[in-house]
Design a protein around this ligand. Structure first.
Ligand code: ZN
Length: 447
């Protein structure tokens, strides 16, 4: 990426953040108190109680709350003068040890407090981030944090006053922030948005399709199946923003390809501050066989509907996530995809572009699990790829690397854009499309 372009991208992101901070788009949902569990039998998780905790003795009065979208606190108690314990538990167990916590705290007068974070897994101790507006976040300093892996509690020192301080296990990218970005994307030329289904709590699953007059060559990008995975969301937005910008490479790409994105597959999970699941207590990225959840079913049906359109060719299905480091999970190396060997060539091209950055990848991760990437490849013959960003990778680095990765994907895809249909295992051939039945094995089309 040219430095000027990187700066422009960072400037655009800053503008977005400033507009969020200025309130031109709502940054944080105005705290619908609960997800109304009582009359929704599909909710199988333990919902947190949304509330405010107030402690008046000794002065000053200290107040904690979890009443905003994305918060997660399961209990709060006072354990000493200016010392409090926050309990954080997952929505169901067993569960992946990727804990999420988020709360607000303020005091009637300036005071230093100690917060003991009792996180109900000892395996992971995400260092707290703090924010004065819920938008701009910084990592808590070493001197104010104790949280060794395996320890029963993390201990956080905080200076608080009348202005609320936000504390979370990563910087937040909320439901409303993602939807504001999605709505803005949908206003771009050739873009349209549709609701492809509803989550268990009735939140829309939003899909944006961009068609600026291209043939029916598709790239499909989804994200945020897992609620705490905010750097995955930042990566998805960076990738799409690059694909949609006015650069020569992106403009040429949009004349050859249509792009479809579902940026927020699990809005309920993000709203509830869950660690992993849908409200149905299911890890949606293990549900791409049973399709027991309305969220995965909606995305599947939308993709199958696109696959059935005349002349459709699916080239790439990409799913953004967060894990401990930046890494690509690819189809098995033995898999024959179209475009040929796309995954390996893409990873190699990104490495060549960023010699000072190690591009990690694996073709053997979770191959026996029913992830989106597996379903995508086995159903379409196109590469299904999980793009993981590190939980600690900075937004600026994600912008730089992911936009470079987008350029390399575009370059490789453009090489195959005009390939004849007879070349490669092009799905779908109309007579080979088989409906995916709930609880049935997805049709395997192609290799
Ligand atoms: Zn994930």
């Amino acid at each position: 990426m040219q430095p000027t372009r990187a700066l422009a991208t960072i400037a655009a992101l800053t503008l977005l953040l400033l507009s969020l901070a200025a309130g031109t788009v709502p940054s944080i949902a105005p705290a619908p108190a609960t997800t109304q569990p009582s009359d929704n039998a599909a909710i199988k998780v333990a919902l947190q109680e949304r509330k405010t905790w107030t402690f008046a003795d000794p002065a000053p009065v200290v107040t904690f709350d979890n009443t905003f979208s994305g918060a997660r606190v399961n209990d709060c108690t006072q354990v000493g003068p200016h010392e409090f314990k926050i309990l954080v538990t997952p929505e169901n167990e067993p569960i992946n040890p990727s804990p999420w916590y988020a709360f607000r705290v303020k005091a009637s007068a300036p005071v230093e407090i100690t917060v003991r974070l009792a996180i109900a897994t000892a395996k992971s101790r995400p260092r707290a981030r703090i924010s004065e507006d819920g938008i701009r976040w910084k990592r808590v300093d070493d001197a104010d944090w104790k949280g060794e892996s395996g320890a029963p509690e993390c201990v956080l020192k905080l200076k608080v006053g009348p202005k609320p301080v936000w504390v979370a296990s990563n910087h937040m990218v909320s439901v409303d922030q993602l939807w504001a970005w999605t709505d803005a994307l949908a206003r771009k030329p050739g873009a349209s948005m549709r609701t492809i289904g509803q989550s268990i709590a009735g939140r829309p699953i939003k899909l944006v399709e961009v068609d600026q007059g291209a043939p029916a060559n598709y790239v499909i990008i989804i994200g945020r199946q897992h609620p705490p995975e905010v750097t995955g969301s930042i990566g998805l937005m960076a990738f799409m923003d690059r694909v949609m910008d006015e650069s020569e490479i992106s403009s040429a790409f949009r004349k050859k390809f249509r792009v479809v994105t579902v940026p927020l597959v699990n809005p309920d999970g993000v709203h509830e501050g869950q660690w992993r699941s849908t409200l149905g207590a299911v890890d949606s990225n293990r549900d791409w066989h049973d399709f027991s959840q309305p969220e995965t079913t909606a995305v599947r049906d939308a993709i199958l509907a696109i696959q059935k359109r005349p002349d459709t060719r699916l080239f790439l299905l990409l799913d953004f996530h967060t894990t401990s480091k930046d890494i690509f999970y690819l189809p098995p190396d033995s898999a024959k995809t179209f475009p040929p060997s796309f995954s390996r060539r893409w990873v190699d091209a990104i490495q060549a572009r960023f010699p000072d950055y190690e591009v990690e990848s694996s073709g053997s991760h979770n191959v026996d699990q029913w992830t989106f990437k597996r379903w995508a490849f086995e159903t379409t013959g196109a590469p299904g790829i999980t793009y993981e960003l590190g939980s600690g990778t900075s937004p600026a680095k994600i912008e730089r690397i992911v936009q470079g990765a987008a350029d390399e994907a575009i370059r490789l895809l453009m090489e195959s854009a005009d390939a004849p249909r007879s070349e490669g295992p092009f799905p779908p051939k109309p007579d080979t499309i088989v409906e995916v039945k709930p609880s049935g094995r997805p049709a395997v089309v192609g290799p």
